[in-house]
Ligand binder design. Structure first.
Ligand SMILES: N[C@@H](CCC(=O)N[C@@H](CS)C(=O)NCC(=O)O)C(=O)O
Length: 246
């Protein structure tokens, strides 16, 4: 059962999340089997992020797969009044703040870290070749996201005037997305997961990247040419860790 706690008043625990507002910072406790409200603020990792960031989503899915408790603290990296330089000098989310207040940033580094926290559901294989394959897919998915986010910002970032936007830049970035999807389609096999027979961070990263394309680029009809990718996206996306993060 989800629980939400307003950061201004940590004692008021409710059982239904409040609708997020830009003014409010809302902490949501993501419950695991060993949850106890009295632990609030002392033992939990905190994940700073927004509900729409695909990079944050990757981390949320990974935390769910690893069955780890954490506090989810809504943070809009684009409209912060207080800088987050002391947490992540790049001013980006996701940012994971550990119980000792040390912060870890970049979704790939965060996922690598949380994979070490429990032995259940390993996300990154130990073996050299298998590990490299999974990490290449993870990097490719990250590249798809970086290109798609860059194209979207070029088209929509409010800090830019219409005559400062470059269609050539957008086309260049979307070209990277297209060639990455072609590469994936060519290289995936008929196995159940993107990088073989075992669920891994490659699946988290690719499904989150494909879902982001569907969310932000509904006119980009990539599924017409990539049936197998679309099938795996749908199938893997049914795992219980994915739907609550949509
Ligand atoms: N490589 C980073 C990318 C994170 C990222 O770009 N996050 C976006 C949110 S979708 C952000 O915080 N952007 C704010 C900015 O660039 O100022 C990761 O994987 O965590």
């Amino acid at each position: 059962m989800p629980c939400s706690v307003r950061s201004q008043n940590p004692k008021s625990v409710k059982c239904e999340p409040d609708p997020p507002t830009h003014e409010d910072r809302i902490c949501r406790i993501v419950l695991g089997p060993s949850f106890s409200c009295s632990l609030f603020g002392s033992l939990f990792m905190r994940l700073l992020g927004s509900l729409t960031s695909p990079y944050v989503r990757k981390v949320r899915v990974a935390l769910a797969e690893k069955r780890l408790n954490y506090l989810f603290e809504l943070e809009d990296a684009w409209s912060r009044s207080v800088p987050m330089d002391h947490l992540n000098p790049l001013g980006k989310v996701p940012c994971l703040i550990l119980e000792n207040n040390h912060s870890i940033f970049d979704s790939r580094t965060i996922i690598e870290y949380i994979d070490t926290l429990s032995i259940s559901n390993p996300l990154i294989p130990v073996d050299g070749h298998e590990r490299a394959r999974v990490r290449v897919y993870e990097s490719l998915a990250e590249g798809i996201l970086d290109a798609a986010v860059s194209a979207r910002l070029e088209a929509t970032w409010p800090g830019r005037e219409p005559n400062q936007r470059s269609q050539a830049w957008i086309d260049r970035q979307m070209g990277k997305v297209t060639s990455s999807l072609n590469y994936l389609s060519k290289n995936i096999t008929d196995q159940a997961f993107f990088a073989g027979n075992t669920f891994s961070v490659a699946d988290i990263s690719i499904v989150c990247a494909l879902d982001y394309l569907d969310f932000r680029f509904p006119e980009f009809e990539w599924k017409i040419n990539h049936h197998r990718l679309a099938f795996l996206q749908e199938n893997i996306g049914k795992r219980p860790s994915f739907p609550p993060t949509h």
